[in-house]
Design a protein around this ligand. Sequence first.
Ligand SMILES: Cc1ncc(COP(=O)(O)O)c(C=O)c1O
Length: 401
Amino acid sequence: MQFAQRIDDQMDSNLEALLAAPAAGQVSFAGGLPDPQLFPERELSSAFSQALTTAGAQCLQYASAAGYEPLRQKIAHFLRRDGVPASTNTVMLTQGAQQALDLTARLFINPGDGLVVEGPTYAGALAAFDAYQPHYLSIPVRSDGMDMTILRQTLEQHPVKLLYTVPDFQNPTGTVMSLRKRKQLLALAREFDFIILEDAPYRSLRYRGIGLPTLRELDTDDRVIHVGSFSKILSPGLRLGWLTATPALLSRLITLKSGADLETSNLMMRAIDSYLNTNDLGQHIRQLRSTYAAKQEAMSTALQAGLPQGVGCSQPDGGFFLWVTLPEGCDSERILSRCRDHVTFVPSTTLYAARNDRRGIRLAFTNPSTDDIQRGCAELCNSIRQELVMVNSTKQLQQRN
Ligand SMILES: Cc1ncc(COP(=O)(O)O)c(C=O)c1O
């Protein structure tokens, strides 16, 4: 059997393992999973039956590749309230944000084309992009977003067609791109003529501080494709996301979507529309914020108390993730293999385009209970301490020899 070249080139991002339920007795900080206690099960159940009882035949029929119009209208309204210029005709519905990433890469990337990603970045984005065989250019993420000096140097040396960023509560570091950097990035996109793919599934989940305008809002020459999703604010099982872009880009993306899956599930789109007709999504998001803020606090406190000196930890103001940075010589894969019976996380190896960095740990705090967060952090800190002891004694041995 001979697979396509792109299959041979594809690296395993381990997404299946990330989304797997934890084994008995194990605490998982691995997958970016919402807290299931916060799923509005009853409300969604009545929204589904409402959609089927009032418009059963239409729900069960083919509809349109762009998506159910009343739902696009609501999403456009939601986006405009956030400052994003959007109308029913510039929004398209996708199977989760993930499909928006795939379709955008399909639209722009030929094998070998320059694609800028953050380092580290979202593993699922790399999994989607790999299929188009880009030439990855990875830009380090600082506490206020991508390093713009390195980005400029990179753009001066390599042609780039597309840049992928998660400016709000980045996956995996939790950082927010500053306003200054947002403006710099847009200026660079103009100067070097590339498209920006702005992925914003965590944007509504801010626990402290004031939000910054999206890149799409600041975009004056239509270079930004803005992506959102119901996965983190309602439920990932719905598989419903959206993107907004100029009508010219959108019509090409709709054609690609038709080829990929014809359209998003009509029943799903109508049920979510029905949910939004009778429920206050804003109120639901406020509830998520308060629960997740407490969990983030619990994880930060446990890590501050338990992490050895020299190990860094981010302090995000929102989103799902904390990022731990290990000292030189440490290996997050080794730490994971030591503690995986008790606690799991995502080691940095899968989160860089070159899959080569071993000094980072991504911790998702939204899914486990506060008790499990404390238990899992204690195990993790213990395993990191053992790693440091091992690394330091190896260094001492090498110095002596
Ligand atoms: C940054 C980012 N983009 C996209 C996705 C995919 O989201 P969806 O479930 O909407 O496909 C995720 C999921 O974790 C994510 O973290």
